[in-house]
Design a protein around this ligand. Structure first.
Ligand SMILES: Cc1ncc(COP(=O)(O)O)c(C=O)c1O
Length: 415
């Protein structure tokens, strides 16, 4: 494995994907891994009952994000979501889930044997938009729910009005959990959206996605009411040997942010703005504006290729690996550790590919091999990864739109 990974590092493939450190030195980087790779030993504190230097690091993190309590995650947002859903619900309780949530939310609901209802964010060109607070309100008026869980920002960088949604939830005495896995950088620069911390009861972040910290690192911010329960469930779901290397990676990164503030993103915005300006020259591909500058979304809907082909060309011809492709668009993750050259290579490649395209594609795509699945019930969650949003959740009836576009169109599929 090491040889393969080193080969990738030595190649000229540029990572327009997570982890946010982009395999480049920078803040939050731990160079000599073995030197500091320990887990709990006497004198070095305990993640689940912190009293020493972990407690201090968590306090610093909570202050930075203005959270009542902050906990380090060493198994990604996945474990934070499992613990949060368990902390905020009773066994067999009711939960309101935004249908574009990550698979970990569905796993949590299944493990807790919850009765789940959905909110359906609208979709534009297959992309989920933000959550309509009115829809949350209508659902909460119709029944009692232990918790509401939504994803903001979405994979494509759409942000919901968390303050409004939190207000509605709290009026109905319902906990609000926000999966902010893609928003660990929120609030650190005036051009980044506001974080859900402070408004929602529990907020989960993958620092490894948009900040330069090691893979699997994350943060969970929680108010007093749910803190003890979250810790109890984290102990059940997360490793009993938390990696100090991972925790230290988060702490160094946050220290650097605390010291330097928004200056850390000065160069990033210069490169990012130059990239956006160049996208004005696209003729067939379409640059999609999103709320989060750390996401670049390019639609292939009005061009002669599918997004999968665009991703292949970017990799094979231009040696650029993007974060994900759906049926109609690609998503790249850009962070403060991206170089000017990285942004320029990406813009050059997109413009060159664009110059070879036409206005429309041959829509003759055959889905016959899936015909046997039509109108049957999904036996498992079915999803493309990334993003890991189920196209069909176990028990849902499979419909043409799910097969043809991988799209979740409306509510009539729910069984
Ligand atoms: C919206 C969302 N939530 C949660 C997760 C899980 O995060 P992690 O990989 O840190 O466990 C992901 C992963 O891609 C995600 O996209």
């Amino acid at each position: 494995m090491y040889d393969e990974l080193k080969k990738l590092y030595d190649s000229d493939i540029y990572p327009m994907h997570m982890p946010g450190h982009k395999r480049q030195e920078g803040f939050g980087q731990i160079k000599n891994a073995l030197e500091i790779d320990i887990t709990e030993i006497p004198g070095y504190d305990d993640l689940y009952e912190p009293e020493g230097f972990i407690k201090d690091a968590l306090k610093r993190a909570a202050e930075l994000y203005n959270a009542e309590h902050t906990v380090f995650l060493v198994n990604g947002s996945t474990v934070g979501i499992l613990a949060s859903v368990f902390a905020a619900t009773k066994p067999h309780g009711r939960i309101l889930i935004a249908r574009n949530c990550h698979k970990s939310v569905y796993h949590a609901a299944a493990l807790r044997e919850l009765k789940a209802e959905y909110i359906f964010p609208s979709q534009t060109d297959g992309m989920f938009e933000s959550i309509d607070p009115k829809e949350v309100e209508d659902k909460l008026k119709s029944a009692d729910f232990d918790a509401v869980i939504i994803t903001s920002p979405t994979y494509e960088g759409r942000v919901s009005d968390i303050e409004k949604i939190a207000h509605i939830c709290h009026e109905h005495k319902t906990a609000l959990i926000v999966d902010e896995a893609h928003g660990a950088h929120f609030g650190f620069h005036e051009r980044f959206p506001k974080s859900a911390v402070g408004a929602a009861d529990i907020v989960i972040m993958s620092t490894h996605k948009t900040l330069p910290t090691l893979t699997q690192t994350g943060l969970l911010h929680v108010n007093d009411e749910y803190y003890e329960k979250v810790i109890d469930y984290l102990q059940m779901f997360q490793t009993s040997s938390p990696s100090y290397l991972l925790m230290s990676s988060i702490d160094s990164c946050l220290s650097k942010i605390r010291e330097s503030g928004s200056k850390l993103w000065e160069d990033f915005f210069i490169y990012r703005d130059a990239f956006t300006r160049r996208m004005e020259d696209l003729k067939h591909l379409k640059y999609i504006e999103t709320d989060d500058p750390c996401k670049i979304v390019i639609s292939t809907d009005e061009s002669s290729i599918y997004a999968t082909e665009l991703a292949e060309r970017l990799l094979n011809r231009y040696h650029i690996q993007i974060e994900m492709e759906s049926a109609a668009y690609i998503v790249a993750i850009v962070t403060c550790n991206d170089s000017k050259e990285g942004f320029e290579r990406f813009a050059d490649a997109l413009l060159k590919i664009d110059s070879t395209l036409l206005d429309s594609k041959d829509e003759q795509v055959s889905f016959e091999r899936f015909a046997g699945l039509l109108h049957t019930k999904a036996q498992n969650n079915i999803y493309i990864y990334p993003p890991g949003i189920p196209i069909a959740v176990t028990g849902e009836v499979i419909d043409e739109s799910m097969i043809e576009g991988g799209r979740i169109k409306d509510k009539r599929f729910i069984d």
